[in-house]
Design a binder for this molecule. Structure first.
Ligand SMILES: NC(=O)c1ccc[n+]([C@@H]2O[C@H](COP(=O)([O-])OP(=O)(O)OC[C@H]3O[C@@H](n4cnc5c(N)ncnc54)[C@H](OP(=O)(O)O)[C@@H]3O)[C@@H](O)[C@H]2O)c1
Length: 272
């Protein structure tokens, strides 16, 4: 990763585990200084200690992205440094249910983290990058951005926002020297997924996802991670015609059917 274009500091939102931690490890190895943000202090401190042991300069902040003052909190640890790379990784969904029945706090926090969070952080750090005429923004996305799925209305809608927002931001920022990428992630073996009881042995390792994000930061606006089956699924569920049938037939399966669905995607990708 080009330290001159995207350094010297990288800010990783959701940077304590999984894909966020993998970004931190790869960037530290390339000489970046890091600011890591997540809620739990313990995993942040553990990762920071490991990276400092390898010679990296690291700042950590425990903050909740669902809180309205989170950008101000993060600015408290970044206003005196030059953030050349923003990786907004956090944004998984851990609650399913009918939109009209879920508590407003649940759906509101998904919107705060993914919609307002990505927009507010991209505006603040993007403006500073544009002034310098260099930098990069990676926004954590999902294959689910292509299809509204029952029981996941807010999550899939928020990821659709992320993808479309990234496309527009990419077009605006590219001539100003700043790269924008919506990193479109499929099933990935993160601790968050493991805690939900998902069959992560069938999933993409977080290192692959982070590496593809960094390697393709200049290949925006959208990069679909190369997990077998991802591209085929994106093509299938993003078709314009006959949305009713596509939505009915391709909804994200309930969690206990995830293993079956992952195997089916892999079979599709292999042409079986
Ligand atoms: N894993 C998959 O299969 C998959 C599939 C498609 C897309 N994605 C996307 O990939 C990204 C990473 O997903 P993930 O599975 O690793 O889970 P995640 O919970 O979105 O990300 C984990 C990281 O974010 C932090 N985090 C989560 N909620 C936070 C909050 N409210 N405030 C501050 N930090 C928060 C976590 O630390 P704390 O818990 O300590 O806060 C951790 O560092 C997400 O955008 C997700 O939508 C993942």
């Amino acid at each position: 990763m080009d330290l001159q274009k995207y350094g010297p500091w990288a800010l990783i939102i959701g940077g304590s585990e999984g894909v966020g931690a993998a970004f931190a490890q790869l960037l530290a190895a390339d000489g970046f200084k890091l600011v890591l943000v997540a809620r739990k202090q313990g995993p942040l401190d553990e990762l920071a200690a490991e990276l400092r042991g390898q010679g990296a300069e690291v700042r950590v902040l425990s903050a909740d992205l669902a809180q309205p003052d989170v950008l101000a909190q993060v600015r408290g640890v970044t206003d005196d440094i030059e953030v050349g790379l923003l990786v907004y990784n956090a944004g998984a969904n851990n609650t399913r249910g009918l939109f009209v029945e879920l508590p407003e706090e649940v759906t509101g926090s998904v919107l705060a983290i993914t919609v307002l969070g990505q927009a507010n952080f991209a505006r603040h750090y993007g403006a500073l990058m544009v002034k310098r005429g260099r930098g990069g923004i990676i926004l954590g996305g999902s294959l689910s951005s292509y299809l509204g799925s029952p029981t996941l209305a807010t999550y899939t809608g928020a990821k659709a926002f992320s993808r479309i927002f990234s496309e527009a931001l990419w077009a605006e920022c590219a001539p100003l020297g700043v790269d924008v990428l919506h990193l479109n992630i499929g099933f990935t073996a993160t601790p968050a997924m493991a805690r939900l009881g998902m069959p992560v042995d069938l999933a993409e390792p977080p290192e692959t996802v982070a590496r593809e994000g960094l390697e393709n930061i200049a290949n925006g606006p959208v990069w679909i991670v190369s997990t077998p089956g991802n591209l085929e699924r994106a093509r299938l569920i993003s078709a314009v015609d006959n949305r009713a049938e596509i939505v009915r037939s391709n909804a994200i399966p309930p969690r206990d059917k995830t293993a079956e669905a992952a195997r089916e995607h892999q079979r599709l990708a292999a042409g079986d």
